[in-house]
Design a binder for this molecule. Structure first.
Ligand code: MLT
Length: 458
């Protein structure tokens, strides 16, 4: 291990044995670094400052292997643009919406803004759990009253909620993820200290249960052979594979969690993209799920709210920790402490989005993106690839037939100027696959397909 001080005056080489126990290696490293800093301070006697605080870095942050996936993709795209300033890049990368917020929903947002400008309608801090009217609307419009308003916690998005759920669960739990999966589940588990280091060979963090989901098992994990975990992150329709679990599969998942005493964190952020009749839009369509599952969701992909920010988490009253404490009590405590309520402007927009006129607008938006998904899927099929997803989800997952996904990502960026997402970015189970997002504008999506037909022709 080699380290150069910020002032560049000292370099030290430390032999860290690859076989030494992890904690010992980390201790050795930290002592060595402290020694180096001390020596620096004592021996340089220069006016140059050492640009470091005396605060030890959170060792869990040091376990993370690279930057967060999507900014990492952005960095590579920008590096390409720097070298090729005239490039005309099309993004089929991050699942970011591109179509404007429709009129009725926009009017809700505008009302939210106007309310702030009049004495009679001005509001300051709201309830940390969200305004009562929106909690009731979510319960009625999306859960048919199956979930009560008090079980709905409104927020600034489901990614943020996953972070707050991790804060609630703490570092003593074992988490399980589908492999591949949305990277937030694994990264926040690492940050919380639930894991040891990543194993270089398997590319898995020690301490996380990876449940392989690939074409060989229909993208549904082999539950019987999976090691027990306390918290099981399950996303359907799935990001990145696009697979949507059937009612029968989710019934099995709920029964399995109940039997093992696990809690499912069900990520339903892509629920409105579901087109198949036998695919539930919520885990609570499965009887008994309220005793084992939390559900996170968001308007980001429904209503073009990726930048607006509005999500919610359902924590049913019936869900309890091992000592009998209702999980909702602790989640409420986290929300009250670490969150100040979603923006009042945005909550007004969300109320409009869930009215019949808003829901109709959402349907139209989703049809548009699903039209893109079909174009992408058909293109890849025409090229002779095996393709997954794209029917109940805005993601198309292409089997690269053994090719490295990061290599394919780079090749397509350089030859077609199309940004994609390498499957390996979602975990080792995603290696050999490429994710294409259907959120581009239609003309860009069509142009990307023309380029991909050329670049990926076999
Ligand atoms: C994705 O591209 O996977 C998602 O859009 C990123 C996110 O929702 O955070």
């Amino acid at each position: 291990y080699e380290m150069t001080s910020v002032t560049g005056v000292q370099t030290c080489a430390l032999p860290i044995s690859g076989t030494a126990p992890t904690d010992l290696r980390m201790l050795y490293l930290s002592v060595a670094i402290q020694g180096l800093l001390g020596a620096n301070a004592l021996t340089t006697g220069r006016s140059s400052r050492i640009e470091m605080s005396g605060v030890a870095r959170n060792a869990n942050m040091g376990k993370l292997q690279a930057g967060y996936l999507f900014p990492e993709i952005g960095k590579r795209r920008n590096a390409y643009l720097e070298k090729n300033p005239d490039a005309n890049i099309i993004s089929l990368g991050i699942g970011d919406t591109t179509q404007p917020v429709p009129d009725h929903i926009l009017a809700g947002l505008t009302t939210g803004v106007s309310n702030l400008g009049a004495k009679a309608t001005y509001t300051g801090y709201g309830a940390e759990q969200g305004v009562g009217a929106l909690r009731a609307k979510i319960s009625e419009a999306l859960y048919d009253g199956r979930i009560s308003p008090e079980e709905v916690f409104v927020s600034d998005g489901s990614k943020c909620d996953i972070g707050r759920l991790q804060m609630m669960f703490g570092n003593q739990v074992k988490s399980a993820v589908q492999d591949p999966s949305y990277p937030v589940y694994v990264d926040t588990s690492v940050m919380m200290g639930q894991t040891k280091l990543m194993d270089d060979a398997s590319k898995q963090y020690e301490g996380i249960v990876y449940m392989k989901c690939g074409p060989e098992n229909g993208f549904f994990p082999d539950l019987d052979s999976a090691e027990r975990a306390d918290v099981v992150y399950f996303c359907s329709p799935n990001n990145p594979t696009g697979a949507a679990a059937t009612k029968e599969q989710l019934t099995k998942l709920v029964a399995w969690a109940k039997e093992r005493g696990s809690i499912i964190v069900f990520d339903a952020a892509y629920a409105p993209f579901i087109r198949s009749k036998d695919v539930p839009k919520s885990i609570y369509e499965i009887p008994g799920a309220e005793e084992v599952a939390i559900e996170v969701n968001s308007l980001s992909k429904y209503a073009g709210f990726t930048g607006v920010r509005l999500g919610w988490t359902i924590v049913p009253k019936a869900l309890k920790f091992a000592d009998g404490t209702p999980v909702a009590n602790d989640y409420n405590r986290v929300m009250c402490t670490a969150f100040n309520g979603a923006s009042n402007i945005v909550q007004a927009g969300a109320l409009a989005a869930l009215e019949p006129a808003g829901l109709a607008e959402i349907e139209k938006l989703i049809d548009y993106y699903m039209g893109n998904a079909k174009i992408l899927k058909d293109t890849m099929l025409d090229l002779g690839f095996k393709v997954h997803g794209g029917d109940n989800a805005p993601y198309v997952f292409v089997d690269l037939e053994g090719k490295s996904s990061w290599d394919m990502f780079s090749e397509l960026l350089e030859t077609a100027e199309v940004v994609t997402i390498p499957g390996a970015g979602f975990g080792p189970g995603g290696e050999g696959f490429l994710r294409l997002s259907a959120f581009a504008p239609r003309d860009a999506c069509e142009e990307a397909c023309t380029r991909l037909r050329k670049a990926m022709a076999k």
